[in-house]
Write a protein that binds this ligand. Structure first.
Ligand SMILES: Cc1cc2nc3c(=O)[nH]c(=O)nc-3n(C[C@H](O)[C@H](O)[C@H](O)COP(=O)(O)O)c2cc1C
Length: 325
């Protein structure tokens, strides 16, 4: 059993958090991960307070395990921000934040609701600020990560800096798609790992099949760290498949396809270079949409149930770590 300060704090049996990934982390994915002993996560930004409550109630009905609610605050209406966070804190075990400066007022609301607070950070300074804001644990995100990337240096270098600077448990994120990489992060001192890209290919994620096939075909060197997919979220570096950058650049036209808003149920045009998560409801030129992928993509070999991914990562990591103990 891989027991860490993180598993004890959150009440998980394995030190793995599935990343919140907008429409690619629906309640059924978070529930499957929680049932497998990890920390499942649902994304709730962009939703009204009523929608957040409904989504998290649906998730709770599917599992008694631990799950988190993920916010990217720039997509939350400032007038509703405190209410949204309070509603999430009443229902989730963990409320977590990404891509804004750590904020003690938000952490206080999380604690008042009885949940744990977490911030995903990309630097030592941001980690210190998150701990000072009262976060119960922190995610250190290296530049290898898929999706939007806060980290500017490699995960191991970042971990070394962050672990020396804060006392709270730290999860490692970015490029972890195998038990080997998970074992390395734990051996380096992390209390657990956050995994995104591997779970895009989980059965329960509902990613578009063409996107999943592109992930299966790709290796780490096929990803690009870029800011090309800036429509809707400018000045925010991200990592995705290089082929999707090239296809978007070669695409002639303003609109590459259509997506479905998971909360309003309305279809919307996906513009060239728009930052979107490609669910199975998307239509159009999927190859030219933002195909988020971390350097962990080499670990994506097939579509699998989420529980199998959790057990495979934890089992392989444990076996490798046992060799050294
Ligand atoms: C498709 C995708 C969507 C993501 N969306 C979010 C998000 O909404 N919120 C967030 O905090 N992180 C998000 N991330 C980043 C993850 O939290 C995490 O840092 C990253 O997935 C770790 O690297 P990996 O993909 O190599 O496992 C996303 C990552 C991916 C791959």
């Amino acid at each position: 059993m891989l027991t860490t300060r993180f598993t004890e704090l959150v009440g998980c049996s394995v030190p793995i958090q599935q990343a919140g990934m907008a429409g690619l982390s629906p309640p059924r994915l978070a529930a499957a991960v929680a049932e497998a002993g990890g920390l499942g996560t649902a994304s709730v930004y962009g939703a009204t307070p009523t929608e957040i409550a409904a989504l998290l109630d649906t998730l709770r009905a599917q599992t008694a395990g631990a799950f988190g609610a993920n916010f990217i605050m720039r997509f939350v209406d400032p007038a509703l921000a405190h209410e949204c966070v309070a509603i999430a804190a009443d229902r989730a075990n963990v409320v977590e934040f990404f891509y804004s400066d750590p904020d003690a007022a938000l952490v206080e609301i999380v604690h008042a609701g009885g949940a744990l607070a977490c911030w995903q950070v990309g630097s030592r300074e941001e980690a210190v600020a998150a701990a000072a804001a009262g976060c119960d644990f922190i995610v250190a995100q290296g530049i290898e990560a898929g999706g939007h990337v806060r980290g500017r240096i490699g995960l191991l270098a970042l971990l070394a800096e962050v672990l020396e600077a804060v006392d709270v448990p730290v999860l490692a994120a970015g490029g972890i798609g195998t038990g080997r990489a998970m074992a390395a992060a734990l051996a380096a001192g992390a209390d657990g790992v956050r995994v995104g890209t591997r779970f895009v290919a989980a059965e329960e994620a509902g990613a578009h099949p063409a996107y999943v096939q592109a992930l299966i075909a790709a290796e780490a060197q096929d990803t690009a760290y870029t800011d090309v997919f800036s429509v809707g979220w400018p000045n925010a570096p991200h990592r995705c498949l290089r082929s999707s950058v090239e296809a978007a650049q070669a695409f002639l036209g303003e609109v590459v396809g259509e997506g479905l808003d998971r909360f309003s149920g309305k279809r919307f045009p996906i513009r060239r270079f728009q930052s979107v998560t490609i669910t199975e409801t998307a239509s159009g030129v999927i190859d030219a949409m933002s195909q988020w992928a971390g350097e962990s993509v080499g670990g994506v070999k097939r579509v699998q149930p989420a529980a199998e991914i959790v057990h495979e990562l934890a089992g392989d990591a444990e076996q490798l770590l046992r060799r050294w103990s």
